[in-house]
Design a protein around this ligand. Structure first.
Ligand code: HEC
Length: 180
């Protein structure tokens, strides 16, 4: 079915639903734009941090085998997910779940399908270390990142520090005392 036809079907359905459920049309259309994305005050986004995040998102060195990055399973061209029922997985593993889209993910109160990841930083690190996903060892990752002057410069600009387990996503695991 063409996109235009699909839109018409969904619009008709929405109007019919509003009429039968007694919801005033004004309520249906007045949702408005999303509020600003909530941010972790201890790691507020800056241009330098976003540039670093974007670089690491597409860098295969975040994976243990060096053959995968975040975009391997969250493809920008297909809504930051995969067009398959189940995610691909690290060599020797099978993933039973689909990668959720990352669009508007900063608004989610709990992450991944069972809600066990409480925020984006923990989720990013979890995915990096999870043997089913990228299976990376965090100390090895720090060595790899520190051996690249371009990445070191990006960390300096973003966190005024070279890559170390206490910067950005990895801090929680080593007890930085973050309470959010
Ligand atoms: C091997 C595939 C794979 C890779 C690589 C991967 N992800 Fe995912 N991602 C998944 C799957 C599968 C889930 C759902 C996991 C679950 O529910 O157990 C997920 C869930 C997420 C979520 C939660 C979304 C939500 O709405 O709950 C975020 C955020 C995320 N990934 C970010 C990342 C980032 C950042 C990276 C890179 C550091 C990454 N992912 C790498 C497969 C992957």
């Amino acid at each position: 079915m063409k996109n235009q036809n699909l839109r018409t079907v969904f619009n008709t359905f929405a109007i019919a639903f509003a009429m039968t459920s007694g919801i005033a049309m004004a309520d249906v259309t007045a949702i408005g734009p999303l509020p600003p994305v909530p941010v972790n005050p201890d790691n507020a986004p800056t241009a330098a941090r976003m540039a670093l995040g974007q670089t690491l998102f597409f860098d295969n060195r975040v994976s243990g085998n060096g053959n995968m990055n975040c975009s391997s399973c969250h493809l920008p061209d297909v809504g930051w997910t995969l067009p398959s029922a189940f995610s691909i997985a690290n060599e020797g593993f099978v993933e039973r779940r689909n990668p959720p889209t990352l669009i508007n993910v900063g608004h989610n109160k709990a992450l991944i399908w069972d809600g066990r990841a409480p925020n984006l930083e923990k989720q990013a690190l979890g995915s990096t270390m999870n043997p089913v996903h990228k299976g990376q060892n965090i100390e090895k990752l720090m060595q790899v990142l520190n051996s690249d002057p371009a990445i070191v410069a990006m960390f300096q600009a973003a966190y005024n520090s070279k890559p170390n387990p206490m910067t950005s996503a990895a801090r929680w695991r080593y007890g930085s005392g973050i309470s959010w």
